[in-house]
Design a protein around this ligand. Structure first.
Ligand SMILES: [Zn+2]
Length: 130
């Protein structure tokens, strides 16, 4: 934990990205394969990517697992198929929450290094427990 806190924020963000990506791909899999959230294609966990409904430059939602799902590289290449992504999230969470998040995405505060380091630890523990 101490080592993590000493790292530059950009590095912490990248480590957390990869921990969360693995978490998402496993969470929505049967242990081996998962389905692309936006086109339904079945693929291996390792081929899947972690799709973000809201661009990663918005740090407030970048690691909010409610809005992250496995995606295939084709959908990722098409800008993440954001319209289809949004439609599906509305089915899950309702229009109210999705609109609210959309409207406030630019106002959300940046995360501190401590927050990032704690999240990394959290996902590492889950991963080690698998
Ligand atoms: Zn796809």
């Amino acid at each position: 934990m101490k080592n993590l806190i000493d790292m530059p924020i950009g590095k912490l963000e990248r480590i957390l990205d990869s921990e969360v990506s693995l978490f998402i791909r496993k969470k929505y899999s049967d242990g081996e394969s998962c389905r692309c959230y936006t086109c339904g294609m079945v693929m291996g966990i390792k081929e899947a990517t972690c799709g973000h409904w809201i661009s990663r430059r918005h740090r407030g939602t970048r690691w909010d697992v409610r809005f992250l799902r496995p995606q295939c590289s084709i959908c990722q290449g098409r800008g993440g198929e954001q319209e289809r992504f949004r439609e599906r999230l509305v089915q899950e969470f309702g229009e109210e929450l999705i609109s609210e998040v959309e409207n406030s995405k630019s106002n959300m505060a940046l995360h501190s290094r401590v927050w990032l380091a704690e999240k990394i630890e959290y996902y590492r523990k889950i991963r080690m427990g698998d």
